[in-house]
Design a protein around this ligand. Structure first.
Ligand SMILES: [Zn+2]
Length: 277
């Protein structure tokens, strides 16, 4: 299942999304041959990235990346405004992480996100990894730095991943802060009451959300479909290479060829001297 299913609760006091990206994750990781612990991080980052990117308006590319000094040096996920996803990782194959805790995988790690839009200054944010999971890091960031009260449920079962988030919108005048806080807590209790059996069942997403939130003025919007897509093509890589100083470009030639490989999808491209004349 690949779906971003947006909804609102309590007359717009909360907004949320159900997110699944099975085929997207499988294709984005399948074009690499990474170990399972790296693929697991990529999957979590894709789901979290889809959640963050679906809650902002932009036209361009949203990048979510973790950098560290542990066995995994970096994991990068890129998502376009039309939900096209691609990802890659860099890691040290000789060092296997001791556990799945973020600190064992990334050492001193940081989560960074950036939004690059055509003709506009990119927007960036950086936060230290905290807690054992990516979801926990993002929650700490949203709840503390951005002061956007958010619930985020992110679970894995048999290498399938499902996420639901609910976020409080700017305060409504018709409810006191206490009433809003109570509702936020109630919604969180309902969300976390969801069993894995329900979350990973074949129940249509709309029905699942109705079961959970039928008493919370649930309104469901049109779903969107995330998909794996790499935007690389020969001309783009060639134009990147032409930015190298001539001498450096010359040094890249081996047997009169430059072999370049897209980091995101593994596609190989070969260029000859003629390509740069
Ligand atoms: Zn590519």
């Amino acid at each position: 299942m690949d779906i971003i299913q947006p909804f609102i609760l309590e007359d717009g006091l909360f907004r949320g999304s159900f997110i699944a990206a099975d085929k997207t994750i499988s294709l984005a990781t399948g074009c690499h041959s990474y170990p399972d612990y790296v693929n697991d991080i990529i999957a979590q980052l894709i789901l979290t990235g889809l959640f963050l990117s679906s809650s902002i308006k932009y036209e361009g590319t949203f990048t979510l990346q973790i950098k560290g000094d542990g066995p995994i040096q970096s994991v990068v996920v890129e998502i376009t405004h039309d939900d096209k996803v691609r990802a890659y990782a860099r890691f040290d194959e000789t060092q296997k992480p001791k556990s799945a805790a973020l600190s064992d995988m990334f050492g001193n790690g940081k989560l960074a996100f950036a939004v690059s839009m055509l003709g506009k200054e990119p927007y960036q944010g950086v936060v230290a990894l905290s807690g054992d999971t990516i979801a926990q890091t993002v929650l700490n960031y949203l709840n503390q730095s951005e002061q956007l009260p958010t619930h985020l449920l992110l679970r894995e079962k048999n290498r399938l991943y499902r996420g639901i988030f609910v976020q409080q919108m700017p305060a409504k005048k018709d409810k006191t802060p206490e009433e809003q806080a109570d509702l936020f807590e109630t919604v969180g209790v309902l969300l976390h009451s969801l069993t894995n059996q329900e979350l990973f069942s074949d129940i249509p997403v709309q029905n699942l959300l109705f079961r959970l939130f039928h008493a919370n003025q649930l309104t469901i919007f049109d779903p969107k479909t995330p998909a794996f897509c790499c935007a690389c093509y020969p001309d783009k890589i060639k134009s990147y290479l032409t930015h190298f100083p001539k001498e450096q470009l010359n040094n890249l030639f081996q047997d009169d060829k430059i072999e370049a490989q897209c980091e995101f999808c593994g596609q190989k491209y070969t260029f000859t001297r003629k390509d740069f004349e």
